[in-house]
Design a protein around this ligand. Structure first.
Ligand SMILES: [Zn+2]
Length: 316
């Protein structure tokens, strides 16, 4: 894949900065090759890749049919993405319980970058549900679950006059080249009491990230931003959202169990004394997190007829 990177001078979460250098990592060969630079926003603390894959490169990468075929994980073990998604069911059920508890009735629940639709399928079909998934193979799996799927990129989405009561970015927000722009477009359309679920964000200040530096397993050119929890919360607060749930998934994921935790504990303790060279960090609780936030009732969304509202191209 030809590498055409984009330089963005401001933070791609909070829109501010300045951006300060942190580290350089070598991209794994299964996605892009070469060195990538991680910088940190001095305002919100979000780490991010810069220069980074832009819209064109991301669309080429995420529309590949083989994205949903068998590949290798950071430990070089074979992995099937569809099967791996199914293995996250326990984790997703935990999120779905919380979403379903708070979700206001009557609006649309939109899952942007829905993949195979497993997460959205856990929202009861009494709600109006829409999966946005550009990859054809993933979209077909989502449709087989009975979901309505629009094959479109987040950047090209049009929004209807229908109130948006739920927004899901399941393992998706940090894959977007401009998450700040997408958040601005979508959060302004969320109704009072409406929810946003963001899962799978990578904490750049986790213990494995600090101890392994360049060798942290989660650095990847297509993981575009690495926000600490406080950064996400402060950006969401600017749109009138308050956090109602935070999770640090480990035991309910395919990556974590008690035996691994004990073995990896000793690995991390060793890394405290000798910084590992060329080694890949182990999965660890707190390396990633998910959160659910709710728009305060006093906040009103932008009028659907305001100039910022995109023209509508479909029923949604
Ligand atoms: Zn920032």
């Amino acid at each position: 894949m030809a590498v055409e990177l984009t330089h963005t001078p401001v933070c791609r979460l909070c829109g501010q900065g300045p951006l300060e250098p942190r580290l350089v990592f070598r991209a794994p060969t299964y996605s892009l090759s070469g060195d990538f630079y991680l910088v940190a926003c001095s305002k919100c603390g979000t780490w991010q890749i810069n220069p980074h894959p832009g819209q064109k490169l991301c669309q080429a990468y995420f529309s590949r049919p083989e994205l949903w075929a068998e590949g290798l994980d950071p430990d070089n073990n074979p992995v099937s993405p569809v099967k791996r998604a199914e293995e996250r069911l326990k984790e997703y059920i935990i999120y779905a319980r919380a979403v379903n508890h708070f979700l206001p009735k009557g609006g649309l629940v939109m899952d942007i970058g829905a993949g195979t639709g497993l997460m959205l399928s856990l929202i009861p079909d009494s709600f109006s549900r829409l999966a946005i998934e550009p990859n054809q193979e993933a979209a077909e799996v989502a449709r087989s679950r009975g979901l309505e799927v629009v094959r479109e990129w987040a950047e090209n989405l049009n929004f209807s006059h229908k109130p948006l009561s739920g927004l899901i970015f399941n393992q998706a927000l940090d894959h977007l080249p401009r998450p700040d722009i997408i958040l601005n477009r979508t959060l302004n359309r969320l109704t009072p009491g409406g929810l946003i679920l963001i899962t799978g964000l990578i904490n750049p200040l986790s213990l494995p990230a600090r101890l392994y530096g360049q060798g942290h397993r989660l650095w990847n050119p297509f993981h575009q931003i690495y926000p600490p929890l406080s950064a996400v919360q402060s950006v969401l607060a600017a749109y009138g959202l308050e956090t109602v749930g935070v999770w640090r998934p480990y035991f309910n994921t395919p990556y974590g169990n008690t035996v691994k935790l004990i073995a990896d504990f000793f690995k991390l303790m060793g890394a405290l004394f000798i910084r590992p060279k060329g080694a890949v960090s182990p999965p660890w609780p707190g390396s990633t997190y998910s959160l659910l936030a709710r728009k305060k009732v006093l906040f009103k969304p932008l009028s659907a007829r305001s100039p910022q509202a995109a023209p509508i191209g479909s029923a949604y």
